[in-house]
Each structure stands twice: as C-alpha cells, then as structure tokens.
Design a protein. Structure first.
Length: 268
C-alpha cells in the first residue's frame, strides 16, 4: 500500500518540471491524479507516463488564469475518480522580467490571476469536496524570490506573498474541517531552471554552488517526496507551515541585482 493509496489529487501545471515530478511521485504512492495543465501536448504525455507507472491519471486542459477553467479541473476529479483529497496549486504564468517601474498594470493583473486568484479559485472549488471526504490537504507554492525581493520579479513576489497569507488564513480557518494547508518553497530543476540554463551557460554549476548542500535539486527526486509527505497522513498534525525544499538556499539567500541595470534603466 502506498502512502496515498485511494487518494485523489489535482495538480496544476503538472505537464512539466516540478508539477510533472509531483504527478509521477503521487501515482507511485497510489494516488489518482488529475494533470491540470494548459499545454495540450505536455499534459496528455504526463498523464500517459503516470498510467505507465501503474497509476490512474487523466489530463484536463486548464488555464489557471481563468476561473471557470480552474473550477472545471476540480469538478473533473470528482466526476472521474469519485472525490478529491489533495490539491496542489503549482502552476503560474511567467511574466516579462523588467524593473519594478517598468511593470504595467496588465502584467501585475495577469500574474495575480495565475498566482493568487488561481490558488483562491481552486481552494474554494475544492472545499465542498474535501468536506464530503472528511478532510484534505492543500499544498500551495511560495518562493525565495519573495523573501529576497528578487529583482525583475516584483509582480511574482507580490503574488507569492499573497499566497502565503492565504495559506496561513486557510490553515487557521479550515482546520475545523480537517483540511491542512501548507506551502512548499522549492529551488529545483524545473521549467524556469531549464530556461536559465539555456540563457546563461554555467548557470547549473553556479546554482549548485549557491546552496549549502552543493547540488541542484530535482522535481521527482527532491520536491515530490516532500509533497507526498504533506499530502499523506504522515503530516496529519502539520498545517500553516512553509517548507523550504531548496538545498539550504534560503539560509544564504542570493543577490539578484541585474548586471545590466544601467541598460535596463535607459530603456525607460
């Protein structure tokens, strides 16, 4: 029997990176998984991988910036698998990496839609299903970027900080329904990491050196086990917590001041 045997999970952004790692990790532990993913090629591929691992999985095309789409993913889990026990709010839409004063209302609005609002919509849609099951686990995602005030990520930092507040509030209020709500703050070789490696030669080596553990973390091997812990009965007395899964990066932090700051400022 796996740690998540008989459980049903929705994982947003499960078509690649950390989301894919969690989907694979969950089915290995017995969960049925809804791959709630926007990419119509990557999503079905991950669902197929999960089935090849012996698990139950389905793809639901999901735009986390659209309320109806998020709610449809939650509803699909109940229809296909008979209920919902675990919600993982992992997806977000990357935004232009520009200085704070160059961020627009439109950029901030879209980022909040795919971070704060997406998490809010999914949590509220999941609530009646959790209550029907006598409880559940919600895993939201935070970021060291919000802690360090990462340059060029102001809108993202705002969204992640808001999710932390939402998580703590839900943990305080929904504990009466036996619903646990926690945060993971990862630093792993997901989609953003892969993009940075392509853009900056040597980034992987630099990233490894920046962490006390001296290595890069990986979605399935390093992040998924922590998500399984938070989704399973092993964490039955854990709620409102933030777990850094980053090889210790949060201890040292990092300086994100762009080397081309003068050029960026000149762009207006």
């Amino acid at each position: 029997m796996g740690l998540l045997e008989g459980k049903v999970a929705v994982i947003t952004g499960a078509g690649a990176g950390i989301g894919r790692g969690m989907a694979r990790g969950f089915v290995r532990q017995g969960a049925a998984v809804v791959v709630a993913e926007l990419d119509a090629k990557a999503g079905p591929a991950v669902a197929a991988e999960c089935r090849e691992l012996g698990g139950r999985a389905m793809f639901v095309r999901t735009d986390v910036g659209d309320k109806a789409s998020v709610e449809a993913a939650i509803a699909a889990a109940a229809v296909e698998f008979g209920g919902l026990d675990i919600l993982v709010n992992n997806a977000f839409a990357p935004s232009p990496e520009v200085l704070l004063e160059q961020k627009t209302d439109k950029i901030l609005s879209r980022t909040l839609d795919t971070t704060l609002w997406a998490t809010w919509w999914a949590m509220r849609a999941a609530l009646p299903h959790f209550k029907a099951r006598g409880g559940g686990s919600i895993i939201n995602f935070y970021s060291i970027d919000a802690e360090t005030g990462a340059w060029l990520h102001a809108d993202y930092n705002i969204g992640k900080s808001a999710i932390r507040g939402l998580t703590r509030s839900a943990a305080a209020e929904w504990g009466r329904h036996n619903i646990r709500v926690n945060l993971i703050a990862p630093a792993a070789a997901g989609k953003t990491f892969e993009r940075l490696c392509r853009k900056h030669p040597g980034f992987a080596e630099h990233s490894a050196r920046a962490k006390p553990l001296g290595r890069v973390g990986y979605p399935e091997e390093d992040v998924a086990p922590v998500a399984v812990f938070l989704a399973s009965s092993m964490s039955s007395f854990v709620t409102g917590e933030t777990i850094n899964v980053d090889g210790g990066l949060h201890l040292w932090g990092y300086n994100s001041r762009p080397a081309d700051l003068a050029e960026r400022e000149a762009q207006g």
